[in-house]
Design a protein around this ligand. Structure first.
Ligand SMILES: Cc1cc2nc3c(=O)[nH]c(=O)nc-3n(C[C@H](O)[C@H](O)[C@H](O)COP(=O)(O)OP(=O)(O)OC[C@H]3O[C@@H](n4cnc5c(N)ncnc54)[C@H](O)[C@@H]3O)c2cc1C
Length: 387
């Protein structure tokens, strides 16, 4: 393993690494080739309590900070796994924790912490609105003691491996609200129940082995007690959680970055071409050194974002910058890794092509690079709003 600075989380790193070592490359490769879901790996992480890191102890979690949680995600990706299969379980519950009623928290959080219930899914994106979330067209109309949902979502991940989903829907039409961010609400959706009564799931085959779906709602009824927080404030509640999600995904990219750097440095030291290790050529060394520098820099911003979150300070700029830097760094590392493996980079058995596909996603989801530029330009630099 290449050196990264020792930090105060070595105990967590060692424990997660030990668990991950039981799921070697062959395991993740097979799951990828079969387009399967890493059930055994996710179960092991759940049983060991790692996915409940952010749930307070009173609800059965370990009550750790975002820094520790981010180290867990980083180590999963650094081991060759893909946190994308399970990261929702770690952060989706944050919305419930911050905005749920005491009764909702008492109902859901202990079961999520124990793994009895998976809350892996969050339904926000829609096909015709994309990143312009306030234009969502899915509606939830109150009828008696229920909300009736109609509409469509796209790219909703882990629905087939989750018990619950947090759904964002309009409870008041865009034309009737003062601010476009008002009039949306969030609900807990019992997925297995919903599949029997108004929700259709259509899987989207995609480049990564990432279980993601189109969802169609036709008069899906949700009990009113499944509304989280106040009606009409759902968009704000969702936004509150997105920065934690971005920071955790930054940590995953950092884990990927180190994984690529570990693999490529080992390979270029061993591979002899023209009578010398290819790593002796500066044309090979420099892109790898460049990627290492970028991963290390992203790591600093990740910890900055975590520290601010854990201290209860605003951290939107740092979360977005960490995600930007880390996604870019892991992609640079991925490019260097596949390039200097030559033809072998394309062979499944080296796992480089799999990780290459996996890490590419993070320039687009959960937020695209352009939208991060736009956030920094407008909210940090004070440039005019462009949309
Ligand atoms: C594998 C996968 C899993 C996902 N999982 C989930 C999930 O679980 N739940 C969920 O709700 N969503 C999920 N998403 C959706 C994801 O969050 C969106 O794909 C992402 O936010 C981009 O939105 P879009 O695809 O609609 O792109 P669009 O909004 O159509 O944007 C397309 C491109 O145009 C650029 N662009 C758009 N507007 C501007 C602008 N004003 N200025 C400059 N550039 C602009 C964007 O940066 C982007 O590169 C997932 C997506 C993928 C691919």
């Amino acid at each position: 393993m290449i050196k990264s600075d020792p930090d105060q989380y070595q105990d967590i790193r060692d424990a997660v690494r030990t668990l991950c070592a039981e799921y070697p490359d062959e395991y993740h490769r097979q799951v990828d080739q079969q387009r399967g879901y890493p059930e055994a790996f996710v179960d092991a992480l759940t049983e060991a309590g790692w996915l409940a890191a952010l749930i307070p102890q009173e609800y059965g979690g370990s009550g750790l900070g975002l820094s520790e949680a981010s180290v867990i995600m980083e180590e999963i990706n650094r081991s060759g796994g893909n946190s994308g299969a399970c990261h929702g379980q770690m952060y989706n519950m944050g919305t419930l924790l911050r905005h749920g009623s005491p009764a909702q928290k008492a109902l859901y959080l202990p079961k999520i912490a124990s793994g009895e219930w998976r809350l892996q899914s969050m339904g926000v994106t829609e096909p015709s609105t994309g990143t312009d979330t306030t234009k969502i067209k899915t509606t939830a109309v109150k009828r008696g003691d229920r909300y009736v949902v109609n509409g469509q979502k796209v790219w909703i991940s882990r629905v087939q491996h989750s018990d619950w989903m947090i759904l964002l829907a309009r409870t008041m039409a865009l034309a009737d609200v003062k601010k476009k961010s008002e009039g949306m609400s969030i609900f807990m959706v019992d997925l297995r129940q919903a599949e029997k009564s108004g929700m259709t799931v259509r899987p989207i085959p995609n480049m990564v082995n990432h279980e993601t779906n189109e969802l169609f709602f036709e008069n899906l009824e949700i009990p009113e007690e499944n509304l989280i927080g106040e009606e009409g404030r759902g968009f704000k509640y969702i936004l509150d959680g997105l920065n934690a999600e971005r920071t955790l995904i930054a940590a995953e990219c950092i884990g990927d970055g180190y994984w690529f750097l570990d693999r490529v440095t080992k390979y270029v030291n061993e591979r002899i071409v023209f009578g010398r290790p290819i790593g002796q050529n500066q044309g090979v060394q420099f892109p790898i050194a460049d990627a290492y520098i970028e991963v290390e820099a992203a790591n600093l911003m990740r910890y900055k974002a975590c520290e601010l979150f854990d201290a209860g300070q605003p951290f939107g700029a740092q979360a977005n910058m960490a995600k930007y830097l880390a996604a870019k760094a892991s992609w640079e590392a991925a490019n260097a890794c596949i390039q200097f493996h030559g033809g072998f980079g394309f062979a499944n058995e080296y796992d480089v092509e799999r990780k290459f596909r996996e890490t590419r996603l993070y320039q687009v989801a959960p937020i695209s690079t352009n939208l991060i530029y736009s956030f920094i330009a407008e909210h940090v630099l004070g440039l005019p709003r462009s949309f």
